[in-house]
Ligand binder design. Sequence first.
Ligand code: CP
Ligand code: NVA
Length: 332
Amino acid sequence: MNLKGRHFLTLKDFTPEEIQYLIDFSAYLKDKKKKGILVDELKGKNVALIFEKTSTRTRCSFEVAAHDLGMGTTYLDPSGSQIGKKESIADTARVLGRMYEGIEYRGYGQEIVEELAKYAGVPVWNGLTNEDHPTQMIADLLTIQEHKGTLKGLKFVYMGDARYNMGNALMIACAKMGLHFTACAPKEYFPNETLVKECEAYAKVSGGSITLTEDVTTGTKDADVIYTDVWVSMGEPDEVWEARIKDLLPYQVNKKAMEKAKPDAIFIHCLPAFHDLKTTIGKEISKKFGLEEMEVTDEVFESSQSVVFDEAENRMHSIKAIMAATLGMEMK
Ligand code: CP
Ligand code: NVA
């Protein structure tokens, strides 16, 4: 498998075999890390990390992974570069491409990361856009594989806002890898029709399927994996909270929803999550709308079925694999 020089913008661009290779490469690098075996074959290389939106996991994963691989990093924070304001994406890409062996971008439209990739001349990795979150997918698939022993044939249920980055990315990932994907949400929150059609075509090849339903009982029935994400994403205005709470509260992942799933079902959330009142926004929302937990209850989040911290750790191992593979390192 040779992924050298490839961009990592969306899983749509990768075959199931390539995706499986990245999952296996992540597991391989995780094993090396656990055994304390240094894998720093990319010494002398450097990567630029552009974040136009904030991050904990993705930023830390890229930094730790790059350092582990022997590479240097430059972090450009949401206000710390000229991108888009004084310098076009195309010019930025050509400048950074002369200095770095790879570029990570987190920000707004998918077209921005595509434009960077077009001009950079080095691999560009999508660290989250409004439309997609592909690095998260390798971590999620690895986590599911670790806990379930397989991917193919599992029933995967996404509850909440299924038309944004996480809903889209998970539908693509499941369709490519042969899982049965269910978006369980109000109709207006279903992923867009074009993407659904594309994913149905992937699912036809992989043996997976796509289901869109408003019904929580049938949606969650016999699920192997239940997944959710925040109801309001980065970059969205505060004014949407009220409507989101009203529309999405019936799709909260709570004990009742988990009880409809298989007894050994796992719960995943890309994080950060609003499951208690220990955050500023959590407190504000509680004061305004009287809600103590949002997309997931604290009970489910803290339960033994929740694998959110395994998944968070896997962000680092999988981002390491994505960088390593696209920069020409091989799994030995
Ligand atoms: N899941 C995820 O992408 O987390 P961060 O926003 O903290 O990077
Ligand atoms: N949908 C969330 C995902 C965070 C990892 C957001 O875009 O804010």
